[in-house]
Design a protein around this ligand. Structure first.
Ligand SMILES: [Zn+2]
Length: 96
């Protein structure tokens, strides 16, 4: 995960991104404040497929079932790190 400087936290923070065409908006992973618009070229970390359960084969970015995503995050053992991160990002996106 890349980091951006958050003025509110005064530190380098991991961020999550939310597509806000024509930009992607970066939000601080620590305090949830808007940091800046980032180029579209940053890879979408939620562009990965679930590999278990009823949404197996579905891209996390296409899944809108936030309750299922939360369930998966808490209950699926040994989640791959990239999937875990993607779930966290997607849950935040859906919770906005
Ligand atoms: Zn912050």
């Amino acid at each position: 995960m890349e980091t951006l400087f958050c003025k509110k936290c005064n530190s380098e923070q991991e961020y999550y991104d939310i597509p806000t065409p024509p930009h992607i908006s970066a939000y601080c992973g620590s305090c949830d404040s808007f940091i800046k618009h980032v180029p579209k070229t940053i890879p979408d970390s939620t562009d990965v497929c679930l590999y278990f359960g009823k949404y197996k084969g579905t891209k996390i970015k296409d899944c809108t079932d936030v309750n299922y995503l939360k369930w998966a995050l808490e209950n699926v053992d040994s989640l791959k790190p990239n999937i875990k991160k993607a779930l966290e990002i997607r849950i935040k996106q859906l919770s906005k």
